[in-house]
Design a protein around this ligand. Structure first.
Ligand code: DAH
Length: 339
């Protein structure tokens, strides 16, 4: 039986199989255990020798079981380590990287176009004071044009800027003419959302102030921007319009044949010559801050446009709400390189 048991122990190739052999021989009702149990039936003179013999077998099996168990455990560990080993020649994991949002890229493009024309890019604050968002822009509290900008008011009397135009005033308070700036940023409108209205969107504001600045300079600038955005064949058109902070005021449209072969006049933004009341309001604020009055009598033009609208025209995006719904099926189509 010892020979057989040792044979079985050595042929067990798994810990489970070894456990079966162990139970078979030295378990509670194993063969060796039974032999020990039957010692009592032997005559006393045989019992001692027989007992010693069985115990010797049992020790031999215990030792063999222990050794085999150690061997199998070590083999299992070796196999696990081998499977965990790092193959340094494997190609690395391809981690998906993010990209710039379409609107960020359009703003970057616009900034590039204006920087090449010598403009400085500045940013402003999204929480504004009534004084800058409206009053200094020739929109006093009783002016009906305030209704053009549905406003999110804050509890402390301030507001979320409804356009980037207040930065015209803030910039002129701190800087003297001549100046050329563009201001990209978020603006907010308290209104029902639909395919062409969102409560948050972006604008790019432009302001040029100096001596003898004319409407011709404004037109040339907008035309240059349109060619930068849509290619050399893009044309621009101006139609009279009204903004309290411009005189005269205009809306401008671009004509551009898109890749789908369509072309029509598409309105992109508002513009005009800076109203003298804006220069006067700036000088009043400067004077109150102990600074020189330097703007009355100057000339300048300003414009404001929406990058969402440019993106919708350029790529045929039918609904402004797609930009901020975080639907990757939309965003990934327009994912630009980082940086
Ligand atoms: N601030 C205007 C708006 O949000 C856009 C605009 C129109 C800006 C004419 C200008 C301008 O600077 O001259 O509707």
């Amino acid at each position: 039986m010892q020979q057989e048991a040792l044979q079985e122990i050595h042929s067990a190739t798994t810990l489970d199989a070894l456990q079966t052999v162990k139970t078979k021989y030295v378990g509670k009702s194993g063969l060796i255990t039974k032999e020990l149990g039957s010692l009592g039936k032997l005559p006393p003179e045989e019992r001692r020798a027989r007992g010693a013999e069985i115990n010797a077998v049992r020790s031999a099996l215990d030792a063999a079981l222990k050794e085999r168990e150690d061997t199998l455990k070590r083999a299992a560990l070796d196999a696990r380590l081998a499977s965990e080993a790092i193959d340094v020649t494997l190609p690395g994991l391809q981690l998906p990287s993010g990209g710039l949002h379409l609107i960020s890229r359009i703003l970057n493009d616009l900034e590039g176009i204006y920087e090449r024309m010598g403009y400085t890019v500045i940013e402003g604050q999204e929480v504004e004071d009534d004084a800058y968002n409206f009053d200094a822009l020739n929109i006093p509290w009783y002016h009906p044009a305030r209704d053009l900008w549905d406003t999110f008011w804050l509890e402390d009397g301030r507001l979320l800027r409804t356009h980037t135009s207040p930065m015209q005033v803030r910039y002129m308070l701190e800087h003297s003419a001549p100046l050329k700036i563009v201001v990209p940023g978020k603006v907010y409108r308290y209104e029902a959302t639909d395919a062409t209205h969102e409560s948050m969107f972006h604008q790019l504001e432009g302001l040029v102030v100096g001596d003898n600045i004319s409407m011709a300079d404004l037109k040339g600038t907008i035309a240059e921007m349109a060619r930068g955005l849509f290619g050399a064949s893009a044309k621009v058109r101006f139609q009279p319009s009204y903004y309290p902070f411009t005189e005269p005021g205009a809306d401008f449209s671009v004509w551009w044949e898109n890749p789908r072969g369509e072309s029509k006049w598409l309105e992109l933004g508002g513009c005009g010559m800076v109203h003298q009341n804006v220069f006067k309001a700036v000088d009043d604020l400067r004077e109150a801050a102990g600074k020189e009055r330097i703007y009355e009598g100057k000339t300048g033009f300003a414009f404001g446009l929406g990058p969402e609208r440019i993106a919708m025209l350029k790529y045929g995006i039918p609904d402004i709400r797609y930009f901020y719904a975080n639907d990757l099926r939309v965003l990934e189509q327009f994912r630009g390189e980082l940086g």
